[in-house]
Design a protein around this ligand. Structure first.
Ligand SMILES: [Zn+2]
Length: 161
């Protein structure tokens, strides 16, 4: 097993395990790797370098060298107790999402195609989850498909082992 830090064209960096380097190359060439955050399949190895920190305050985080760091939604938090409450809620949310998806099948990038096939009666109804671009999700909603964004990013199960 070997793990690579990968980067999508949306600037997300994520870690994925492969059986071998050759496995990574073939999966990438076959566009079988999708960014767990946005579903982007245009992925490449992230070039990692240690973040430069002040002396005596060496930080262990690594940042991709050739991409601007993506902006994150942030909020001011008034006190430590609030931080714990927010973290607890996020954990609950993640657990609730996991329970909700227990009977759902991960279909990865095939989501749009599978959801449409079910909607138009070309495939049997089933609970599925996977990846779709924002544009695809909007288009599906406009066509009357019941799709919802997942609130907590999940690592594609077929790519983590
Ligand atoms: Zn992405």
């Amino acid at each position: 097993m070997i793990s690579f830090d990968l980067k999508c064209d949306g600037g997300h960096v994520f870690e994925i395990w492969f059986r071998s380097s050759a496995d990574y190359e073939s999966q990438r060439a076959g566009r079988q790797i999708a960014c767990p955050y946005c579903g982007g399949q245009d992925v490449s190895k992230a070039v990692m370098a240690p973040a430069v920190g002040a002396k005596g305050n060496r930080r262990s985080e690594v940042l991709p060298v050739d991409t601007p760091s993506p902006s994150h939604a942030v909020a001011t938090i008034p006190d430590a107790q609030s931080i714990h409450r927010i973290k607890a809620l996020i954990n609950e949310l993640a657990e609730a999402q996991t329970r909700a998806l227990a009977d759902s099948q991960w279909v990865g990038a095939a989501f749009t195609e599978r959801a449409r096939a079910m909607h138009y009666g070309e495939a049997e109804q089933a609970a599925i989850h996977g990846t779709a671009s924002l544009e695809e999700a909007r288009a599906m909603a406009e066509e009357g498909l019941a799709v919802a964004p997942l609130l907590v990013p999940i690592a594609p199960p077929d790519q983590t082992n």
